[in-house]
Design a protein around this ligand. Structure first.
Ligand code: FES
Ligand code: FES
Length: 186
């Protein structure tokens, strides 16, 4: 190409039309929540926590951080404590979910709740449902936990308004009442 000549502009290729599959927006799931069979059609992106709160009205499960740090959203999945903000509702399909509402279904508190009440294991109470679910699983599996086991369990929960001492005392007191042997009622 000689001096003064201009290179021809490269012609851009026409963009190919993108072939995207239409998104699958919802799925129908069946699961058991607090001993109740549930069938629901849910947005596949909806978390288990939001499903429990918004679709089933079980607002006892609280949301703090929404990324697995604070423990406020803890529920039992097939008996094991899990962060419901980190699970999709569709992952609960075929499983059993137990929320704090199942600990006491009537006027009588579960012994664990009673121990929290007696030993000032709560202040604002926002973190309490998640702590109760983890503490329940601890006492069920270890009816007489050591203080280290209680502290390890509570280590997965952030409570912003107590020094934890009341919570530790409540869990230890509940252990003395055999709280782990009393299953959730719902
Ligand atoms: S809201 Fe799930 S861990 Fe904080
Ligand atoms: S009792 Fe308020 S955050 Fe724990």
């Amino acid at each position: 190409m000689g001096e003064g000549t201009v290179a021809p502009a490269r012609l851009a290729r026409p963009a190919r039309p993108r072939r995207l599959r239409p998104p699958v927006a919802t799925a129908t799931v069946t699961l058991t929540v607090n001993d109740r069979p549930v069938e629901a059609t849910v947005d596949v992106r909806k978390t288990l926590a939001d499903f429990l709160r918004e679709d089933l009205g079980l607002t006892g499960t609280h949301l703090g951080c929404e990324h697995g740090v604070c423990g406020a959203c803890t529920v039992l999945l097939d008996g094991a404590p899990v962060r419901s903000c980190l699970l999709f509702a569709v992952q609960g399909a075929g499983h059993t979910v137990t929320t704090v509402e199942a600990l006491s279904t009537g006027e009588t508190l579960h012994p664990l709740q009673e121990a929290f009440r007696r030993h000032h294991g709560l202040q604002c109470g926002f973190c309490t449902p998640g702590i109760l679910m983890s503490a329940y699983a601890l006492l069920r599996d270890h009816p007489h936990p050591t203080e280290a086991q209680v502290l390890e369990t509570l280590g997965g929960h952030l409570c912003r308004c107590t020094g934890y001492q009341g919570i530790v005392e409540a869990v230890q007191a509940a252990a003395g009442t055999g709280a782990g042997a009393e299953p959730p009622k719902g």
